[in-house]
Design a protein around this ligand. Structure first.
Ligand SMILES: O=S(=O)([O-])[S-]
Length: 131
């Protein structure tokens, strides 16, 4: 039997989006060479390999994010200790909205690309691909 949810995934994303900083792809593209900005890619490795990625983006599997940004966690990654603006993205902006809202509740400030990598590509953003 299908369980009756208290809240849909779409509502969860909408609630998250209302709480966080969103950057549309066009504005994000303008930041790609800014050394003070670190793009963080939450997509899985297969998506990155298949569709390419934002040059200089750091790959962070969504499942590890809370642990990787937390200096008290054994999984902390130094990259998140830098004094930079962090801009997270996924494919279409849903996973990154949820992630950035969760990070905000932890006290870690970040933004996300509103409509994700799909819009980045549509707006002509640079894409790197490994062979
Ligand atoms: O990447 S996603 O927004 O499709 S969940």
């Amino acid at each position: 039997m299908t369980q009756k949810l208290k809240i849909s995934s779409a509502e969860l994303v909408a609630q998250a989006r209302a709480k966080i900083e969103e950057i549309d792809a066009k504005d994000a593209i303008a930041l790609v060479e800014d050394p003070q900005v670190q793009f963080v890619d939450l997509r899985d490795v297969r998506e990155r390999k298949h569709s390419g990625y934002i040059p200089g983006s750091f790959h962070c599997p969504r499942g590890m994010t809370e642990f990787w940004v937390d200096p008290e966690s054994p999984y902390f990654k130094e990259i998140f200790g830098q004094d930079k603006k962090f801009v997270f993205h996924c494919a279409a902006g849903w996973r990154s909205a949820l992630t950035v809202a969760t990070l905000k509740s932890m006290g870690f400030e970040a933004a996300h690309i509103t409509d994700g990598f799909a819009d980045w590509v549509k707006q002509g953003g640079p894409v790197e691909k490994d062979d």
